[in-house]
Design a binder for this molecule. Structure first.
Ligand SMILES: Nc1ncnc2c1ncn2[C@@H]1O[C@H](COP(=O)(O)OP(=O)(O)OP(=O)(O)O)[C@@H](O)[C@H]1O
Length: 242
């Protein structure tokens, strides 16, 4: 599987002050990477930087092998980097259908194809986005990303404000999208056990540094590794053998 995105020693932060240091990520086609860690660890900062909304403060970022550490959000979006932010950023006064039609690019999924992933939206197409339930809004936010033909899909806190049972429904859809379209997905998620059920790889950040990185299968078999990474936020970074 070819590498879609790679970072080496990425520093990211605000006003030239790094809050994330030395971030390493290799994203391959069809792969789902869970980006985990306690509040304030730097997860959102990483996603905003990969989407070009924050400048990289050091290190390397490549998309399809091309250096993009100074690329604009628009240039990154043309390369297929699409962010679903934690506030979902829907046009709340427009209908679900209009939200999907507005973002569509050539080669992106059609509205009908989005509805195949999220059939619950079918009867809500003519309802304003602001009137949808939290779960429906999240479906629409992901749907709006899918019409943009993402090759690298960055999803921040899919579960924000949602009941776990809804999260449990949505995560397998994200997995299916990655498998069907070969897009790579980075998922920032607080429901660690749920996301570990669909991820291929997990990275845990604490205080802006990686404290654990490894194949999800390995971490599912050794849950104490994840617990330790969360509990002892200060221990030395470690890698789980691939
Ligand atoms: N706009 C900002 N200006 C300055 N510092 C910020 C800004 N946004 C976040 N930070 C700081 O950067 C650090 C990382 O924040 P970030 O939001 O990336 O963490 P997170 O892991 O996504 O946490 P959460 O789960 O709470 O969203 C925190 O110390 C936070 O206070």
């Amino acid at each position: 599987m070819s590498v879609l995105l790679q970072t080496r020693g990425l520093n990211a932060g605000y006003d030239r002050v790094p809050v994330v240091r030395g971030f390493e990520l290799t994203l391959r086609e069809g792969e789902v990477v869970a980006l985990l860690g306690p509040n304030g660890a730097g997860k959102t900062t990483v996603l905003l930087t990969l989407a070009g909304l924050l400048p990289a403060l050091g290190g390397e970022v490549a998309v399809h092998g091309q250096d993009v550490h100074r690329a604009s959000p628009r240039a990154l979006s043309r390369l297929g980097v699409v962010l679903v932010p934690d506030d979902r950023s829907l046009f709340t006064t427009l209908t679900s259908r209009e939200n999907l039609q507005l973002g569509r690019v050539k080669g992106g999924l059609s509205v009908d194809e989005v509805l195949d992933y999220f059939p619950a939206l079918r009867k809500r197409l003519d309802v304003r986005a602001g009137m949808l339930s939290g779960g429906e809004q999240q479906m629409l936010a992901i749907g709006r990303a899918l019409v943009q033909r993402p090759r690298i899909l960055l999803i921040d806190e899919l579960s924000m404000g949602l009941a776990p049972v809804i999260v449990q429904e949505l995560l397998p859809v994200v997995r299916a999208v990655a498998t069907d379209t070969s897009a790579a997905v980075v998922l920032v998620e607080q429901h660690v056990h749920l996301v570990m059920g669909i991820a291929d790889h997990a990275i845990v950040l604490a205080h802006g540094e990686e404290v654990l990185s490894g194949p999800a299968a390995e971490l599912r078999a050794n849950p104490e590794l994840l617990e330790r990474a969360y509990l002892s936020e200060r221990h030395a970074p470690r890698e789980v053998a691939a």
